[in-house]
Design a protein around this ligand. Structure first.
Ligand code: FES
Length: 87
């Protein structure tokens, strides 16, 4: 698992192994827009401020993934113990 800090609300969530970041955000009452839940549509694209996402989507380009400035929360995880999202 890993921790996700929400820069705008100040909330910190813990994402348990095997759960998606999207589920953790929705459980916390964060109104995340999403559609496909499979990393294809780009609807759930979320800005990343700190940490390294484990990109598992098919939406971002290789360059965008390497930049680590945004992630698809429906299917991607974290390579670092902590992510900070700009939401
Ligand atoms: Fe479609 Fe995440 S909901 S990419």
């Amino acid at each position: 698992g890993y921790e996700v800090q929400l820069a705008r609300t100040g909330q910190t969530l813990s994402v348990e192994p095997g759960r998606t970041l999207l589920d953790a955000l929705l459980d916390a009452g964060i109104p995340v827009q999403y559609s496909c839940s499979q990393g294809i549509c780009g609807t759930c694209c979320t800005p990343v401020l700190e940490g390294t996402p484990d990109h598992r989507d098919d939406y971002l380009t290789h360059e965008e993934k390497a930049a680590n400035r945004a992630m698809m929360v429906c299917c991607s995880g974290s390579l670092t113990q902590r992510l900070v999202l700009d939401i």
